[in-house]
Design a protein around this ligand. Structure first.
Ligand SMILES: NC(=O)c1ccc[n+]([C@@H]2O[C@H](COP(=O)([O-])OP(=O)(O)OC[C@H]3O[C@@H](n4cnc5c(N)ncnc54)[C@H](O)[C@@H]3O)[C@@H](O)[C@H]2O)c1
Length: 283
């Protein structure tokens, strides 16, 4: 059966076909072709089956979000399918999943490659969203001079910056905080301007503790720390991927048409509790 006879459908792209990304995507993708990218072939097969089951036209591509070449190929594929209306980037690794070097390469440099590549193919009136994290608010990990360096250095030269060197970023927790802070800076400074030149918008969204496979890896490694954080959070609970879906869909929608180059913190108040001294971070 042919479910959609429309020609020239726009394209909704998700890189990192995980829990939060799909929760955002399914709120905005009606009437578009969906392009999923992920490093996991198994995950791509699962989402293809699921979303074709809902009646979407679905394309997939294996992408390694560490690799500029792989991301460029993915952006090319997206543009070949039609006007790229939405780009959602959630490919990331958390502190207990990867080494500091890998986190800087994926969460920081890989994100910069994607902002750049999709900033060259996003359609007029299109919108993008990069999933950062509440950790970007946890403590100022960089000096103002280092922040400026991150904002002004082209993506392919970022890993050579002394402030991102293995000597300086010597544990995965710090790497994660720096990477997620850098996501805010890159979007606020360079990406919003680049995307704006094409008549498109780009923002970051910083989730708090959201129960996903990635979060379970964190709970396993530091359950007590997370419990303290949950107990101190004004909402007194974790968040769900669907709550991120609702906030993300807002930022992508025309209701947010004057919002670009900014971050939306969606954390149930965890950062407010931290700033209030209701809990302390571990080492
Ligand atoms: N879950 C949380 O509590 C939480 C909180 C704040 C921020 N985040 C961030 O949200 C983003 C999405 O996380 P999630 O919780 O939805 O996780 P998830 O595990 O559900 O999804 C992540 C997806 O990214 C894919 N991926 C991993 N490495 C990749 C690579 N190199 N190339 C391409 N794809 C890759 C995985 O296969 C997976 O499908 C991450 O950037 C994470 O840091 C998560």
């Amino acid at each position: 059966m042919i479910f959609d006879r429309n020609e020239n459908r726009p394209v909704s792209v998700l890189l990192g076909a995980g829990s939060m990304g799909t929760a955002i995507l399914r709120r905005v993708a009606a009437g578009t072709t969906i392009l999923f990218g992920d490093i996991s072939e198994k995950r791509l097969a699962e989402v293809k089956k699921e979303y074709e089951g809902y009646g979407y036209a679905v394309e997939t591509q294996i992408v390694d979000a560490n690799s500029r070449e792989s991301i460029e190929k993915f952006a090319k594929k997206a543009a070949s399918l039609g006007e790229v209306k939405y780009y959602i980037h959630t490919a990331g690794a958390s502190p207990n999943q990867a080494s500091p070097e890998k986190i800087i390469a994926l969460d920081l440099v890989g994100s910069a490659y994607a902002l750049d590549a999709f900033g060259r193919v996003i359609a007029k009136g299109g919108a993008g969203l990069l999933i950062s994290s509440q950790t970007g608010y946890m403590f100022p990990p960089l000096s103002p001079e280092e922040e400026l360096q991150i904002m002004t250095t082209p993506a392919e030269k970022l890993s050579a910056l002394p402030c991102l060197s293995p000597e300086r970023i010597n544990n995965s927790g710090t790497a994660y905080i720096v990477a997620k802070k850098a996501n805010h800076l890159q979007v606020q400074y360079a990406a919003a301007n680049q995307w704006g030149e094409r008549g498109a918008r780009i923002n970051t969204l910083s989730p708090g503790i959201i129960v996903t496979p990635l979060a379970y890896d964190e709970f396993q490694a530091n359950g007590a720390g997370y419990q303290r954080m949950i107990d101190a959070t004004p909402a007194k609970r974790v968040g769900t991927p669907d709550e991120i879906g609702a906030a993300g869909a807002f930022l992508l929608s025309d209701a947010a048409s004057y919002i670009t180059g900014t971050d939306l913190l969606v954390d149930g108040g965890t950062i407010a509790a931290l700033k209030n001294g209701k809990f302390k971070l571990g080492a």
